[in-house]
Design a protein around this ligand. Structure first.
Ligand code: X8Z
Ligand code: ZN
Length: 614
């Protein structure tokens, strides 16, 4: 059902999907919602309630998804209003049902009914207070922020404007310090007007979360992981500590290379890297500056963007190519409606939310993606990412409504990426894109390119919600929004704003998921999990070579194993889903560390004599 990470309220709902955790945390255990039980209801009544609530949700979801699809594809005042109205209805319904569900808190019910009741209570990403006017206000803010992001433009002069896609292309290819800075500042400045709206949204959503018994919205978000909410935060710290040395080694090397390129006055060797020089608007993926850091004598000598161009791949062919990977594993092809209803190319004549998303309109077969595809290797990976969502959605469609979601939200984000890890030179040759597979002497180059995407992303994946959690809890006040954002970017990523920023700016709002209200920890989880999945599937596919050269293409065994996890949806704790495919119920960063081990050795060698850190 719902689009993965998408904007509006339900989106909100969606974004998180319908999930929630099986066991409520001890430390942040929600208080009973405010509607008190009137009588002691029976287990039969609880089962009947779950059935009724599921039917109501299924009907509403279709309505909300349609409103949101149109609002994101045709940004106008009218579609924004329709999306807000649908979001309001959904929020009111879920809040009402969640409160009704509290009647069964003391009822002894079977584990499955309990899990579905729990899922219902945590279904919203942003809860609203039980007050019609406030719920309407929140829904309007949600729809408006989404539209503002989608319409964002930087105008050099009147009539000479650039959208995010155009600016991102310049960021990717420019090696001119000032030109990159102009793009960076131009885009970040578009977010400033969002600030008062965001602030109000935080107030309203917190009020809603409190009525549901959570300390604040962040506490509610952390409660969705089948474990104690505080234990979840600790688990994140543990995973980050394990991968941090790898990130720091990459940072050190990249900073040295950027300093060579731009000069030590611009990129000092003991300070954070200016955030506009890494080839990406948010410095979250650095693959576009590969040429500046490519290891000598070990460059694989090909570039997927160029291969796609050479073989005449257009947007449609890129999506067909990605679908082909999934069908090679035994998944059925996507339905005709996918091809007729998806958006692949940015329309020339209207504003759309271009941030890539995957949708399941009806929880049956109406799967779609919405993407303004650019014909690059980077976007080829994003297409795999999006289709991962769609194939997951289809795999769990026969689950009860409250289980129509991934095991946890990190799983949803990890599936397509897992497949994209199999887009190796060998695979590119198999599908006729690459003539010759580079020999093993080029592995460091391949690993470097991959690390610039996957390893560079890790701290960003963590910090976005560290900021939001602090904002929701009140630890960061509105007067500190921007300074807190930059403190975290510096602390985790070791990047700094390239020009002075003030509290008139709202730089967090320049990242889609903040105005889009999509929790972001999921991407950090996904970046750890995808390597675990890849390793496990490679073993199942009996690809015994080095893990970074493994491709599960054509392996029906790997496809069957993957599907057995996907079709579980959210019906069991994520630990069980993880066990199903990897044999172990724990998140384990050793898979990503093993994958990049040869690169780590190379980086440590390169960094000898350098002062790392910031
Ligand atoms: O938002 C996305 C996907 C859609 S769920 C394109 N991603 C994050 C981002 O772009 O910031 C994928 C990786 C991180
Ligand atoms: Zn995604």
């Amino acid at each position: 059902m719902k689009p993965q990470f998408k904007p509006t309220l339900l989106a909100t709902l969606i974004a998180g999907g319908f999930l929630l955790s099986a066991c409520q945390p001890a430390a942040e255990k929600p208080k009973e919602p405010q509607t008190a039980a009137v009588s002691a209801p029976t287990a039969e009544e609880a089962t009947a309630f779950v059935k009724k609530a599921s039917d109501e949700m299924a009907t509403l979801l279709l309505e909300v998804n349609r409103a949101d699809w149109i609002a994101s594809n045709f940004i106008t005042e009218d579609t924004e209003a329709l999306s807000a109205a649908a979001g309001q209805k959904m929020t009111e319904t879920v809040v009402r049902l969640a409160n009704e569900a509290a009647r069964f808190n003391q009822t002894t019910v079977d584990a499955d009914t309990r899990r579905q009741l729990d899922k219902l209570k945590l279904a919203l990403t942003l809860a609203a207070p039980q007050d019609k006017a406030k719920t309407a206000e929140l829904a309007e803010l949600v729809a408006k922020l989404n539209a503002m992001y989608g319409k964002g433009k930087y105008c050099k002069t009147e009539g000479q404007c650039m959208d995010l896609g155009e600016m991102s292309s310049v960021m990717a290819s420019s090696r001119d310090y000032n030109e990159q800075l102009e793009m960076w500042k131009g885009w970040h400045d578009t977010a400033a007007p969002m600030r008062p709206l965001y602030q109000r949204q935080v107030e309203l959503a917190n009020e809603g979360a409190r009525e549901l018994g959570y300390a604040d919205t962040g506490a509610m978000w952390r409660s969705k992981y089948d474990m104690d909410a505080n234990a979840f935060a600790t688990e994140l710290d543990k995973q980050w500590s394990a991968v941090k040395p790898l990130y720091e080694a990459l940072h050190c090397h990249v900073r040295a290379k950027l300093s060579e390129k731009y000069g030590a006055d611009k990129v000092p060797l003991d300070k954070p890297i200016p955030a506009h020089l890494l080839g990406n608007m948010w410095a979250q993926g650095w693959g576009n500056i590969y040429d500046l850091v490519a290891p000598e004598n070990s460059d694989p000598g090909y570039d997927v963007t160029k291969l796609l161009a050479d073989k005449g791949y257009d947007e449609l062919k890129m999506v067909k190519g990605a679908e082909g990977f999934f069908t090679s594993l035994g998944f059925a092809p996507l339905p005709d409606t996918f091809w007729n209803r998806s958006l692949f190319v940015k329309p020339r004549d209207r504003d759309v939310v271009c941030h890539a998303s995957a949708w399941d309109l009806d929880s049956k077969d109406d799967l779609r993606i919405k993407m303004c595809i650019q014909k690059t290797g980077e976007e080829f990976a994003v297409i795999h990412h999006e289709l991962g969502h769609n194939f997951y959605q289809r795999a769990y469609k026969n689950q009860p409504v409250f289980y129509q979601d991934s095991a946890n939200d990190g799983f949803h984000e990890a599936i397509g990426d897992t497949i994209a890890l199999s887009v190796t030179p060998k695979y590119l040759q198999q599908i006729g894109l690459l003539e010759q597979v580079p020999d093993e002497s080029k592995d460091i180059g391949l690993l470097m390119k991959m690390a610039l995407e996957k390893v560079a992303f890790l701290p960003f994946g963590l910090l976005v919600d560290q900021w939001r959690w602090q904002v929701f809890s009140g630890q960061v006040t509105p007067e500190q929004y921007n300074q807190a954002w930059w403190q975290l970017r510096e602390k985790y990523q070791g990047v700094a704003a390239p020009v002075a920023r003030t509290e008139n700016d709202f730089d967090a709002g320049a990242k889609y998921h903040v105005p889009g209200n999509t929790p972001y920890t999921r991407y950090f989880l996904a970046h750890i999990l995808q390597f675990q999945f890849h390793k496990a599937l490679c073993e199942i596919a009996k690809d015994n070579g080095p893990i970074h050269r493994c491709s599960i293409y054509n392996s029906k065994e790997a496809g069957t194993a993957l599907n057995s996890m996907l079709e579980m949806g959210a019906s069991q704790p994520w630990q069980n889903a993880l066990q199903k495919i990897t044999g172990k119920p724990e998140m384990d960063s050793s898979a990503i560390l093993d994958y990049f081990a040869p690169l780590k050795t190379y980086l440590d060698e390169q960094n000898k004599g350098r002062t790392c850190g910031w």
